[in-house]
Design a protein around this ligand. Structure first.
Ligand code: NCN
Ligand code: DMD
Length: 344
């Protein structure tokens, strides 16, 4: 896959199945409850129908994909952890010892972890583009190809020491900061728990990167290449592939949302937007996430103060989707139960 092929793929997102979503809405109106009383559960059933292209959506094959990558910007002292932790956590995922192992099991989902070039971190984006075009395209393709057409739902997650700095830099490039003097101050958070001095270094790294890359960041894919990471490019590729295969997507926290956000910038929400088949599963405690969701016009399903990454929030939201479908498929209609409708 080349960058121009990626560009062409991103330019024309497939529309959703309006008829399937309408069929869900019609059935919801006939079920034994006041109209709209199941709130967002009703919206979730229609969302699954629209993007699966099925009047009766299903959640038999739920996949959690976690991509891992390393970041040159850690040389700037932006994370309390050493980059070796990325590979160590990948080993922990394989051994079944991480939170996402437990949460995937609770969700009834298969977990697949794809480490990407862990011994070849991105370049430090305060001095050079994080990835070459070939590196970016390869990581994008790895994510794209990891999505199977028969999945019913895709939960995306990431692991990468330093990637909250990359996520904040990408958010800054894509969305600016409403006139705030420092983009770094607006978007940077504490990630895995960096101290005050580390937070200052993180803000400075983001500001330096925005100044260095300048006008090139006006192109959302260039911003992803110059400021993102291998795992973030893979999330972008997987999110796009899911759209092509009619697989709805749950995004995890701040890093995952930022990684997918170029699809929104290329084709905004409202009418078949590039991210309309994705929901943000939870709002992370990471400082910039609420602002990022505001820019995307997305309302998270959960707000639990998580700031872990690795797909944890996305897996946690799967039982909510299962509940939405159980009600949708299993409830009696007013006619079946012999219950009177509302008086006019
Ligand atoms: O995505 C989030 O909301 C999030 C918030 C805080 C931390 N993380 C995780 O923490 C790691 C990056 O943190 P840091 O401090 O090294 O930039 C990376 O592995 C992420 O999965 C992720
Ligand atoms: C231990 C640890 C686990 C993680 N999972 C996702 N990001 C992480 C970062 C650290 C440091």
């Amino acid at each position: 896959m080349t960058l121009s092929e990626i560009r062409a793929l991103c330019a024309a997102p497939l529309p959703g199945d309006e008829a399937a979503a309408q069929a869900v809405a019609a059935r919801q109106a006939s079920l034994t409850k006041p109209p709209g009383s199941l709130g967002r559960l009703e919206e979730l059933a229609a969302w699954l129908a629209r993007w699966q292209g099925r009047e009766m959506p299903r959640l038999e094959r739920v996949a959690v994909l976690v991509f891992a990558g390393n970041h040159g910007v850690v040389a700037r002292g932006v994370s309390p952890y050493p980059p070796a932790v990325t590979a160590q956590m990948v080993a922990n995922f394989a051994a079944g010892g991480a939170a996402i192992n437990q949460l995937s099991a609770v969700a009834g989902a298969t977990l697949r972890v794809l480490p990407l070039q862990l011994d070849r971190p991105t370049a430090d984006f305060t001095t050079a583009p994080a990835m070459t075009e070939a590196e970016f395209a390869a990581a994008f393709a790895a994510g794209h190809d990891a999505v199977l057409p028969d999945m019913d739902l895709l939960c995306l997650g990431e692991m990468g020491i330093g990637n909250t700095t990359a996520g904040a830099a990408l958010a800054a490039a894509l969305f600016g900061a409403d006139g705030a003097a420092s983009l770094g101050a607006f978007w940077a958070g504490r990630g895995t728990g960096v101290d005050d001095a580390g937070l200052r270094r993180k803000r400075a790294a983001i500001d330096a990167a925005i100044a260095l890359h300048g006008a090139a960041l006006g192109d959302p894919l260039e911003a992803a290449r110059r400021l993102g990471g291998h795992e973030m490019a893979a999330i972008l590729g997987a999110t796009l592939a899911a759209r092509r295969h009619r697989v709805p997507v749950l995004l995890d926290g701040f890093v995952c949302t930022a990684a997918a956000a170029p699809l929104f910038r290329l084709s905004p929400r409202g009418h078949d937007g590039g991210l309309d088949h994705a929901m943000v599963a939870h709002v992370s405690a990471e400082h910039g996430h609420r602002a990022l969701l505001g820019r995307l016009g997305m309302v998270p399903l959960l707000d639990l103060g998580l700031r872990l990454g690795e797909g944890s929030g996305a897996a946690l939201a799967v039982p909510l989707l299962r509940a939405a479908l159980a009600c949708h498929a299993g409830m009696a209609t007013f006619a079946q139960a012999g219950i009177s409708g509302a008086a006019e």
